[in-house]
Write a protein that binds this ligand. Sequence first.
Ligand SMILES: [Fe+2]
Length: 281
Amino acid sequence: MVGFSLHKLHDSLGAEVRGLDLSEPMDSGTRDDLVQAWTDHLILLFRGQELTPETQRAFCEQFGPLGGRLRKADQRPEGQDADNIMLVTNVRKNGVPIGSLPDGEMFFHHDKCYAAEPDWGTMLYAMEVTRVGGHTLFANMYDAWETLPDDLKAKIDGRKVLHIYKYLPTERVDLKDGIDKYDHRWQPMVITHPKSGRRALYVNELMSAMIEGYDEDESSEIINALNAHVKSAGIIYDHKWRRGDLMMWDNWCTMHARTDFPRDQTRMLRRYTVMGQELSA
Ligand SMILES: [Fe+2]
C-alpha cells in the first residue's frame, strides 16, 4: 500500500506528494514507492516540511550516497556537512554572501553536468522565500527530446557536447578565454536515463558550450535552437516557493532555472544532492 498521495503539478512533469512528514524515518517500502513516483514524475514537491540539516540529510541519504561539493577552500563552511551541504542564499555577513548563488536570475542548467559523474538528485528546502520572483523553472528533457523537430534531432543525435561551469549564474564561458581553469566535461547530447531507460536531451543554456563536429558559430546556433525549443514546447513547470517546501528533482532528465528577484528580499534554501554516475548515450 502506498502511504502518500500524488497530485500533478503540470501536464509535462511534477507531482506534489501529500501525507509524508520527511523529518520522520521512512520504511523501505515508502522509499521504493517514492523512487517510482520520482521516476514517473521527474520532480516531487513536499509542502509544509520542518527540516533541520540532519533530517534533510537523512531523507536525502534514503536515495543513495550524498553528492559532493566542488568549492574553493576559502568557501568551505565549518562542520561535518561542509562537503555536502549548500546554502543557496543572498544573506550576507559583513557584505559577503554566507552561501552560494546569491542574487537574481540563473539560466537553465543541469546540476553537475560538467562532472564525470553528474548528480542524480537535488533536494532543495525553502527556509525563507521572497514575496516576488525567485521561482525555479523545471523543464522535462524527455519531452524536450521527443518533441524536437527531426532536422534538429539529426544534427545532434550521437554527438557529444562540452559542458563548462564558470560559477556565474547567467554567463557562459568564452571559449577563447580557455577552459582549463573551469570544471568541464564532454557528455552525450542525448543521454539514456540510467533508471528509466528513456532518452533525454542533455544540453542547457548556462553550461553547454560546444558541440563535437561543429565549429563555434554552428555550435552556438544549434544550442540556441535547442534552448528556444525547450522554452516554447510547453514542458516547463514554474515553481513559486513557499517556506517549508522541499523539492527533489532528477538532474538527468530535467533542467532548472531561477527567475530574478529583488535584492532587498531574503531568500534562503538548503541543498543536498544524491550522488550520480557516468552517463551514456
Ligand atoms: Fe542548480
